[in-house]
Ligand binder design. Structure first.
Ligand SMILES: [Zn+2]
Length: 319
């Protein structure tokens, strides 16, 4: 049961919102990569549901009773921009009024509101959900980082404060993290020796990507979702995929896949979605993923490749 939160602490009444949750991030970030699937390709399920509309403030004048939050959860704890699963808040309120106009903010770790959702005439004791698509107010992808959902009213006069049930073992935790890129392999890997690096000598050219060494059969996922710019086969690259990244000028390329990707040129793809499995097709002497990162305007569209290793190392830390 949640405690009443209306008017109990007048000192907070001047604040528009108070965070519902004291985000607990202890242990966060220690998530191990997903286990491999034994080489079986795991296509994505149905496309994820879209983000929730942001809505608008109540046109007839915002109104809410004395509120408390009786339950609230956020899942998943980690999401990727344009990913397979968007950050999702599920919440239920209690109130002295039958209809309540709410505002739910996505707040970054510095306390800044990056996105607001307005929900009008919300009834108490009925579950509600908000799904954030990872974009800020300007429509651009939100920055990497930790966020929390914050539930409040649309007026400054009434404040929804945290419900801290006296019988609950832990406070509500509505924190989650959002990242722009996923590490492109789901399984054990290493970054190889000097010859694996960007710019290493190759016969007739220099290496345009980084070779991430991994067993054949390990799933390869999209580091950034967007559109499949090209999916096909070439003598040197083997089976390969190029992705035009959503919300960025960067393109990513994935080569030597064991079998052709089930995704075709022009298909939409989500960040973290499986696109193939590690192989050694084309000009490869061992199983590995050859990964390329291209600056805008992109892969063979006037852009140029850059050393992806610093980015891979960063993505590997949290994926
Ligand atoms: Zn390579």
């Amino acid at each position: 049961m949640a405690g009443s939160i209306g008017g109990a602490r007048p000192g907070l009444a001047g604040k528009l919102f108070t965070a519902v949750a004291l985000a607990l991030f202890a242990g966060f970030g220690g998530v191990a990569p997903a286990a491999t699937t034994g080489g079986a390709f795991t296509p994505a399920a149905a496309p994820p549901p879209p983000g929730s509309p942001t809505g608008a403030p109540a046109a007839d004048g915002p109104s809410a009773g004395t509120l408390s939050v009786t339950s609230a959860t956020t899942s998943p704890r980690k999401s990727f921009y344009y990913g397979v699963r968007y950050p999702r808040l599920s919440y239920t309120i209690a109130s002295t009024q039958p209809q309540n106009d709410l505002r739910i903010d996505v707040v970054d770790s510095a306390g800044a509101v990056v996105r607001s959702f307005y929900r009008n005439d919300i009834a108490p004791n009925v579950p509600n959900t908000i799904r954030w698509d990872g974009t800020a107010v300007d429509g651009r992808p939100a920055r990497n980082g930790k966020y929390t959902f914050r539930i409040g009213t649309q007026t400054a006069a009434r404040v929804a404060r945290p419900a801290l049930p006296s019988t609950a073992p832990a406070p509500l935790n509505l924190g989650f993290a959002l990242y722009g890129y996923a590490f492109p392999l789901l399984g054990d890997q290493d970054f190889g020796g000097a010859g694996a690096g960007f710019g290493a000598g190759r016969s007739g050219h220099t290496h345009q990507g980084h070779d991430v060494m991994a067993a054949c059969g390990i799933p390869v996922v999209a580091a950034r979702g967007g559109t499949i710019q090209y999916s096909g086969y070439q003598g040197a690259a083997g089976n390969y995929v190029v992705i035009d990244g959503k919300g960025t000028g960067l393109d990513t390329a994935y080569m030597h896949l064991a079998v052709p990707s089930p995704l075709k040129t022009g298909d939409p793809v989500r960040t973290g979605q499986p696109i193939g499995i590690v192989g050694d097709t084309g000009d490869a002497t061992a199983c590995h993923l050859h990964f390329e990162l291209w600056l805008a305007p992109g892969w063979y569209e006037g852009g140029s490749p850059i050393d992806p290793l610093p980015y891979l190392l960063k993505w590997d830390l949290y994926s």
